[in-house]
Design a protein around this ligand. Structure first.
Ligand SMILES: [Fe+2]
Length: 327
């Protein structure tokens, strides 16, 4: 029973203003009824209190859930906004990336055209240079054609990239351009050269490199011009370079050049047979020539590739322009 209800009962119970009532016969009934009423009211009150408390708890819990839900909703809205912004940023980036790529592709296409023109100009330059050198040197266009084809076949057999094979090929025909500066009487001498004359001959490597300027297009050609008389054992000229100090292109060209010189007829000698020429090359492996390249060259000979090149170039005529095969 709550304090308030107790107070009510006691107030009724000891009322001094109703003395006659306490003696009345209905007094006990009244008191019982009053007690009952108070008890019922008390229970109802307690029930109401419990319900109110329960309701308050539920309400509180629901408020909590709502607040949480609202917070989550707010966060989700924020995240959604952020995601939208990210998506927009990403789309913008992709757009500009696409534009940049298109620009790059356009630039690359233009560069390709410019490179192709440069290449054509370069090849034309080669053709003129080589023509001048062959006239001066009394060699033939077919010698250079064969050297070029041998060089390309060796490079291909070594699995070098196609562009490198091509570059080695067109660069090889310029190996002797420096001979333009060599005096005729030395170049065409059929006698044994004196030391002084030989040092003049050696100069064609240095002159050749210088004549080929500084353009990237002639980088390999410059190396070949300078190094095609170097030897694997370091006893060559003009610098006495040894082994892999000599560029790969020059190591290849020296084999092709010597083989073709041996197997061609010259004013001072008959043409050697392919077998004799090949034996001479094999004998020079590890001394004059890079032994690995010699092995590849011998394999090409066994496969009939050298013979095929020789017969193909032989039928194409001595005066064929080099530029025509410079694809
Ligand atoms: Fe040479």
């Amino acid at each position: 029973m709550s304090d308030e209800n107790k107070e009510m009962v006691e107030t009724v119970d000891v009322s001094p203003r109703l003395p006659e009532m306490s003696e009345a016969p209905g007094r006990d009934v009244f008191r019982q009824l009053l007690h009952q009423a108070v008890r019922v009211a008390d229970m109802a009150n307690a029930q109401a209190m419990r319900m109110a408390l329960d309701f308050a708890k539920v309400y509180e819990r629901e408020q909590g859930v709502r607040t949480q839900f609202e917070a989550q909703l707010k966060q989700m809205t924020l995240m959604e906004k952020q995601a939208t912004r990210y998506a927009e940023d990403l789309a913008g980036m992709l757009r500009s990336e696409r534009e940049r790529r298109h620009e790059l592709e356009r630039a690359l296409a233009q560069e390709r055209i410019a490179n192709e023109e440069l290449r054509r100009t370069g090849l034309q330059g080669i053709s003129h240079l080589v023509l001048a050198a062959t006239i001066k040197d009394n060699t033939t266009g077919t010698h250079l054609q064969r050297v070029r084809r041998y060089v390309e076949a060796i490079a291909e057999r070594m699995d070098l990239p196609a562009e490198t094979v091509e570059e080695f090929g067109y660069s090889s025909v310029m190996h002797d351009v420096g001979k333009i500066h060599t005096p005729d009487h030395i170049l065409q001498s059929e006698h044994q050269l004196s030391d002084a004359e030989f040092s003049v001959i050696k100069q064609h490597c240095i002159d050749g490199e210088r004549m080929l300027g500084t353009a990237r297009f002639f980088e390999t050609a410059r190396a070949i011009a300078r190094e095609h008389h170097e030897r694997w054992d370091g006893k060559g000229y003009p610098d006495g370079k040894k082994g892999e100090e000599i560029s790969l292109a020059a190591r290849i060209v020296s084999i092709a050049d010597v083989f073709d010189a041996l197997t061609s007829k010259r004013p001072y000698k008959e043409a050697w047979s392919a077998e004799a020429g090949l034996r001479a090359i094999e004998a020079g492996a590890g001394e004059r020539f890079d032994p690995e390249i010699v092995a590849g060259f011998v394999a090409l000979a066994r496969e009939g590739v050298l013979e095929q090149i020789s017969s193909e170039v032989g039928t194409s005529g001595d005066d064929e322009q080099l530029g025509s095969s410079a694809r």
